[in-house]
Design a protein around this ligand. Structure first.
Ligand SMILES: *Cc1c(COP(=O)(O)O)cnc(C)c1O
Length: 442
């Protein structure tokens, strides 16, 4: 059975999309929402509650995007709604410090011990960009290393693809970014220890930082291998560069202490120098942060020479939302339960694919998961791109038509929230079983 609304004579999603396209480039305020990768009409969401979204046609979806990560408690959690309502009545923004910023900083620093100080900003892009400026300012060095397939926001110096060899630096992937701006960005392959060693051998004294997603959720779901993470840490320490973990997606999503807490269990003494957070820490409101050791963070204005600022930074409504969210996830057993729910989903999907002989594999951690129409888990971006695009699109639309909303692009992770029930998981697996059968027939 399919519930697709694409053929409805009165399709409100389509009408809204047409209106939006006349006013907003592509009809959207962030590109992946436009469904360009998968085709079709984006769903205009009217409201959400718990694990569900409703679109402009009143169609319900089980939501595995969760606003691309923040909605770890599901939508409209009563304690969070109450905190936001109360904060809104007290004032939207003051441009002056508040007690709640201090409380949120205390809560985050308590839960992520590698950070001694942090600064709050409004988006992950801003946090990543500021962390890099701080790394450059603190080390006095120009160059940064990033990895192919990792996303750290849309700052100029990060919109780069690899050059033709390790001796050459990257090329901008966006128009409007002059070559001079990316000449200090070196792009390497994820999980490639030898390439990272070579890059440090060639440029070590000029590298300010290595920035990476510890579990790369912007190439679906690819873990940094333990040897890769360990070697990155050692090389940064040896050469005086900073290791910056971008945990905008993984922070408070894969474990209470972020992905870094998982690597610290396997690599003795492991900690990043700087951590970048976003998404879950705002609980769905615009909020992000970056932080690290006191000596580095005190390089920031007004104490130090590295400038950084923001009119809405530490916004009182956003901090109320983030604080209420973090208080819920910090309850004992939260991530164990979330991880079990996510595993039961991915195991159900794997089982359904196996029944029909579809090449399929998955990985998950906490409330984050990925799936690939591939026989084995990829280790880097070129391997992720081996997924057959048209097949993924068939899977996406097959699920969407059956009321299951996963990321509309094969290089994006998906998310389970605390509001997803075992019945939601079963309904999802049942929908996937039907679509998988179509995929092997087509
Ligand atoms: C989402 C994301 C960002 C960018 O955050 P925005 O709030 O969208 O600017 C940066 N890094 C990672 C790892 C992300 O997943």
């Amino acid at each position: 059975m399919t519930h697709s609304t694409d053929t409805l004579a009165d399709d409100r999603n389509q009408r809204l999309f047409e209106r939006a396209q006349a006013l907003i480039p592509g009809g959207v305020n962030s590109p992946v929402r436009a469904f360009r990768a998968v085709g079709g009409t984006p769903r205009f969401i009217q409201r959400a509650q718990g694990a569900y979204l409703w679109d402009a046609n009143g169609q319900r979806y089980i939501d595995y995007i969760g606003s691309w990560g923040p909605m770890i408690l599901g939508h409209g959690h009563p304690a969070v709604v109450e905190a936001v309502q109360k904060a809104a009545l007290e004032g939207f923004s003051f441009g002056a410090p508040t007690e709640r910023e201090v409380e949120l900083a205390e809560e985050i620093l308590r839960l992520v011990p590698s950070m001694e100080m942090l600064r709050l900003v409004s988006s992950g892009t801003e946090a990543g960009m500021s962390a890099i400026r701080l790394a450059r300012g603190a080390t006095g060095r120009p160059k940064i290393v990033k990895f192919n397939g990792c996303y750290h926001g849309h700052a100029d110096s990060l919109l780069v693809k690899a050059g033709s060899g390790l001796a050459t630096f990257g090329h901008a992937t966006s128009a409007g970014v002059p070559p001079e701006v990316v000449q200090h960005t070196l792009v390497l392959e994820y999980n490639d220890v030898a390439q990272l060693e070579e890059a440090f051998a060639l440029h070590g004294s000029e590298i300010a930082c290595v920035i990476m997603e510890p579990i790369a959720g912007n190439m679906n779901f690819v873990r940094a291998s333990v040897p890769f993470m360990q070697r990155a840490r050692e090389l940064c320490t040896q050469h005086g560069a900073l290791l910056v973990l971008d945990e905008v997606m993984t922070g408070f999503r894969v474990a209470l202490g972020g992905a870094q807490s998982l690597y610290a269990q396997q690599i003795p003494g492991f900690a990043p120098d700087l951590t970048v957070l976003g998404k879950v820490i705002g609980g769905g409101m615009p909020l992000a942060a970056f932080g690290g050791p006191r000596a580095i963070m005190e390089q920031l204005a007004p104490l130090g020479p590295v400038y950084q600022a923001g009119t809405l930074s530490g916004n009182p409504v956003a901090t109320a939302c983030g604080l209420a969210t973090l208080r819920e996830v910090a309850r004992p057993g939260f991530y164990e339960r979330l991880g079990e729910r996510t595993r039961s989903l991915v195991q159900g999907l794997e089982g359904a694919a196996r029944e029909v002989g579809l090449p399929f594999c998955t990985d998950s951690q906490g409330g984050m998961f990925g799936f690939f129409l591939l026989p084995q888990l990829p280790q880097d971006y070129p391997q992720v791109l081996r997924t057959d695009g048209p097949r993924f699109n068939h899977l996406f639309h097959g699920l969407l038509g059956r009321g299951v909303y996963v990321a509309p692009a094969l290089y994006e992770a998906c998310f389970v929230s605390a509001a997803h029930t075992e019945e939601d998981i079963e309904a999802t697996v049942a929908a996937a079983r039907e679509v998988f059968a179509e995929l092997v027939r087509s």
